[in-house]
Unconditional design. Structure first.
Length: 321
């Protein structure tokens, strides 16, 4: 029988001991199963308040289940639901395949830009409606680094609404960032999952950490009800090319331990394959959810390796071609 060691924080360890005493489990697996059964019974009814548990003998116990603070922050996204129902949008990635495309055609379109695409030469003409950043890796950037990046980014974003991971809310609030901008937060967490089709990702609830920021943009687009979603600059080919590059020179330097100074990938093949496996699973799940809801995701990236979506030529998406 396989044996695994799982590290848990002290408060959770104490809670587990208390639970074992309370339920009288004969073994750790028995205790864990009981905990999961109780949790499964409670959580569907927990709205961030109290739940009354009624035993077969009629005895009642009141249990307070405080809602995750990140989910409380995400509750304000309710007004985004179906905001763009039936419309089309472009998700603007940062891959080098954007070089040579006439991105000025995106002016007047609804664009969701990601990460550091604000450094694109025509970004001010495109005027994205939304801009998003996923959770930052704290090993690569400190809280002060993140605050500096946000400060440098803000002037480029025009009037775009900004969607961030709730992990960054404390930094934004502490530094008083984006005082004139609408900022929203997504509750991204390793425990979150993309729902099974046909259920759409719910921006007011716990969502998965994303392996790449276009996944975050896809969840946003589907929640807002876009009928046609076109991906641009989502190359995802560094495992083949050996380089991780952008279609622009970033104006803000991030310490990225996965590449060297020439943007050559130095991550091990094993770790790259693990990352790509998760990324492709997230893309596939997005495709299946979209298809189950009558939505169409296409890949208008000029190149790259993303093969989960129908390929279309970028120029063909405009009526005057």
């Amino acid at each position: 029988m396989a044996h695994h060691v799982v590290d848990i924080p002290e408060d959770l360890a104490q809670a587990l001991l208390d639970f074992r005493r309370a339920v009288g489990g004969k073994s750790s697996p028995d205790t864990l199963l009981r905990a999961l059964e109780i949790g499964a019974a409670l959580l569907p009814h927990a709205e961030g308040g109290a739940v009354t548990v009624r035993r077969p003998d009629g005895t009642e116990h009141r249990i307070v289940l405080p809602r995750d603070h990140r989910v409380r922050l995400a509750a304000g996204n309710q007004d985004l639901k179906n905001r763009h129902r039936g419309e089309r949008c472009f998700i603007l990635g940062a891959g080098p395949s954007l070089t040579g495309l006439d991105l000025r055609r995106l002016a007047g379109e609804t664009v969701i830009s990601v990460s550091r695409t604000y450094d694109l030469p025509d970004f001010s003409l495109i005027r994205p409606r939304y801009h998003c950043f996923p959770t930052f890796t704290r090993k690569a950037m400190s809280a002060d680094d993140i605050a500096d990046l946000f400060t440098a980014m803000d002037p480029y974003l025009g009037d775009a609404e900004l969607l961030l991971s709730a992990e960054e809310a404390e930094i934004v609030q502490r530094h008083g960032l984006f005082p004139k901008r609408k900022v929203r937060y997504l509750a991204l967490d390793p425990a979150g999952i993309l729902p099974p089709p046909p259920r759409l990702p719910d921006l007011t609830e716990l969502l998965p950490n994303v392996q790449s920021v276009p996944i975050m943009a896809l969840m946003i687009a589907m929640y807002m009800g876009f009928q046609n979603i076109h991906l641009l600059g989502c190359d995802h080919d560094e495992i083949w090319s050996g380089f991780y590059k952008y279609a622009f020179t970033p104006s803000f330097t991030i310490n990225d331990p996965s590449v060297d100074t020439e943007r050559r990938v130095i991550t091990s093949t094993h770790d790259l394959l693990q990352n790509y496996s998760l990324l492709w699973r997230q893309y596939r799940q997005c495709r299946l959810i979209a298809e189950a809801n009558g939505m169409r995701i296409t890949n208008a990236t000029a190149g790259g390796r993303l093969d989960e979506f129908e390929r279309v030529a970028y120029e063909s998406l405009f009526a005057d071609v």
